[in-house]
Structures are given as C-alpha cells and as structure tokens.
Design a protein around this ligand. Sequence first.
Ligand SMILES: [Zn+2]
Length: 407
Amino acid sequence: MEAYERLLNYVTILTPSDENSQTIPSSGCQFDLARVLEKEMKELGLTDVYLDDKCYLYGKLPATEGYESCPSIGFIAHMDTVSDFCDHQIRPILTGNYSGEALDLGNSGLVLDPNVFPHLSSLKGRTLITLDGTTILGADDKAGIAEILTMAEHLINEEIPHGPISVAFTPDEEIGSGAEYFDIDRFGAQFAYTLDGDTEGEIQFENFHACKADFEITGFNVHPGSSKDTMINACLVAMEINAALPSMETPRNTEDYEGFYHLIDMNGDVSHATLHYIVRDHDKGLFEAKKQTLRLIEKNMNEKWGEGCVSLTITDQYQNMAEIIKDCPHLIENAKKACENAGVTPLVLPIRGGTDGCQLSFRGLPCPNLGTGGHAYHGPYEHISVEGMDKCVDVIIELIKIYSAKF
Ligand SMILES: [Zn+2]
C-alpha cells in the first residue's frame, strides 16, 4: 500500500486531543485509530505489538540475521490532531497534476493561494491532497504514521537488511503531553526520529525553550463617579503590562531563531484580570532574559499600583533539545546523507515549537524530527502531496540502510 493510501484511511478516524480533559489519553477517539494501527502492525508482521491503557502503541522490526549488533533506531509519530476544524467528517480531495496555481478548497470560498503559501509552486505536477475548506486534514501527524508503516512494509517485502527497529505511535502530542507516559524501555531504541515536520527533507533538532507566563491582576473597584485616586482598574493594568513588553517580539514579527512573547488569552473586568502568555526562545540566555523582563514588569507594577496588585507565575514547559543532540551529531549527519541518497534536499531548520522528541531527548532517547511532506498544519489550508510522502518514506529507508551498514 502507498503511504498516501494509508493516510486517506487514517484521516477518516477523527482523533482530536482535548486540552481540557483530565483523562489519559485526553480523548477516547484516539483509541479508535490506535486499534486500527495495532491490527495493521500485526498484519504487516511487526513483533511485540503492544497498545497500553494510556494509548501508546509500540512495535518492533527485529534485526535481519547478522545485523543484530547494528544500533537500534526508532521512529515515532503522533495519533492525535488539533481539535480546531475537526468537528465533522474529513473529506480529502485529490488533485492530480496540480498546476501550482491557486486552488479552490471545495465550495468553502477558501483558496489555497501561492501568494500566501509560496512553496505551492514547487508542488506543480504532483498529486495534491487538500480538503473542502471546512476541516483540517490531519496529515499532522497521520502522514508520519503512514510513512513509518509504509517504510516497514517496504523493508519486509523487499527484504532490505536492517538492524533492530522500533516503532511507536503516541497520543496527545498536540496538547503537549505526548511524551509524558512514553515507555522508553519498552520502545527499546538507542535513539529515534519523530516524523512530525513539514516539507520532505526537513531535519530539526533545535526547538524553543518554552514557558508559560500567567499574570493575575487584582483591581480595586469603587463607584466610577467617586473613584478619583482610589479605583484600580484591573483591565487597564493588564493593558499596561502588555504595553511594557517589546512590541516587535510577537509571533507575527519573528522568524527563524527569533523568540517571542505570545498573548494567548486575556480576560477581565474592573476587579480582576488575567493575561496568559507563552514565551519562546531558542537561545537559553535570551529565554532567561525574557523571563527577567516579565518579572521586572511584575515588580514595577506592584511598586506603582500597590503590593499584590499583580502576580506573575512562570511555568517552564520544555527545553531546546540541541543541548542533547549535539552529543550525537551522527543523527543529523546521517539524516542529511539519507535525504541526499533519496534525492531530497536536506533542510536543517530550527523548530518554532516543541516536539515529543524534545522531551524524549531529555529523558535519554535522543530524538530529532523529520519532515513528512505536509504543509499549513492546524487549519483548513493543510495539504500534502503523494510524491512528498513517497520521498519521506524513501528518506527513512535510506536512513535505516545507513545505520545498518555503518556499524
Ligand atoms: Zn504534529
């Protein structure tokens, strides 16, 4: 089966994770996909296939005879999708021999436009998989799953010799807890790659340092007619806090290695207000400086409006995995070589986010991220090409060949 055919099967099973849920996994529907994959893995001939009660699915391809001493490498993808644009059936649309020009997304009025997505012209001539403009596709990260299992099928059917290979599919990546209950011992690989990036050829091992910053503002509410020099309007203090942040350091104004403060939610009335930010930077020093700026704002606001008016809570989320990956440079060098062997241009790019691999790297499983061929994730413009997926399968097969020959 081709990778895209698998993808088309998987996207019919909706698997949004739910950040407001207290259960593990956060949504029961992820088990629906996990059970389909469990069956498929067994049918393909993977061994040690195991779905645990938290919806982590593991499997192995034991080494070919004589290749047992090769390093054991793993491949990981996530089964959940974002919950946005995911409330009804997903209907993928295949466009053969894509023109590279603007493409209507069903009757939604949305247009996939090369002016907005300049890479589209590079997909000219390919078979493009899009939507009708009302849902996500879910190629993030079902394309990764499809490519990993297609790789396994190729290795088995074409009898390509290989070292020990581990495979795992995880829940709840989109809500940031995909690696939390990952059983590294059961997985059994020395190092791994997540397939959870965009363009084919992407190799990513530098992600953000990340924290949340939550401001709580307590105002002083008195009748507005007689409040001179007494009222403290929590909403106005909140606006003052935001105005004290560097106005250019937002997601809209930054790229590559530039960090940001991102106001994700605000709420309030005269008596009480909250501001919720996420803070990101690749550089540890700049990241700490951002936290320091936030603390300085808290201090100054309390000096101005009275102690206790503003309280800031900073919660660390994840760290830049480059710190770990720098000690195993072969992971990146071999991935580059695998791309070249597969006729794909390697693109070493910083991740402007985090991945499951970053947490796993810090837990002892070094785990960079590879592209899946998809684009414009998390919204109705999401798309992927059949050829891009095939290339990603070729890349991981080449990667396996390198690790099976070198050691
Ligand atoms: Zn993803």
